[in-house]
Design a protein around this ligand. Sequence first.
Ligand code: NI
Length: 252
Amino acid sequence: MLTTRQQSIYDFILDYRRHNGCTPSIPEIQREFGIRSPNGVSGHLLALQAKGLIRRAKRGSRKIDVTGPFDSRKSPVHSSPHGDPPCRLESMSELAELLERFRRGAELIAVAITGAAGAELDYSPAPNRWSIRQILCHLADSEIVVADRFRRIIAEENPTIISYDQDAWARNLDYNRRKISQALETFRRTRAENYELLKPLPPETWERIGTHSEHGKITLLDLLRIYAEHPEGHSLQLREIREQYKAFKARS
Ligand code: NI
């Protein structure tokens, strides 16, 4: 069992990686959780490491490998031993598989929230953890963001990809009050549009690049990998929240 804090830090690492294609630095984890010293973060990371969820190349290194059960699929973006994102396609069947995972994203989310209603939708398992409603809004908004990123990388020469603060969006864009049905529909519709855009692209287009404002060079293929994985991670998160809600209801 993880402590609530360890779980939150682990979730943060997974979600950060989903969005950015790499894991957060110690100072970023400090800032996120208001931890004063880097040693405080190291303590939590050592605990996650002891539980076999992460692995670190060496003490103090930026690179955190996620190895836990939530992530049996190795990070597609930073799986090379030198830490450079692989830009090339291993095979056309790999691409077909990624596109199919990407296509199925909205369906996965719809299944994960089937039957959820009422207070369950706004239940937050712990401070700073998102509710089902907030996660759905986040999925809709992040799909709109990536719709722009895909189009820029395909159409423009090395466009700048600007990062966004997903927690500030959740706080300031009314995620607590938005309609879940509408968020799911936006996610489904935007993902379908993105899929139609990506499906017929010729192999060389997948090597086109953009430059991320914080993380540097990223290929169209990297972006597809990250966003094929994105709803998969959040669907596991949704299932966990629903389990936690069930336990909470049983207690109260
Ligand atoms: Ni996310």
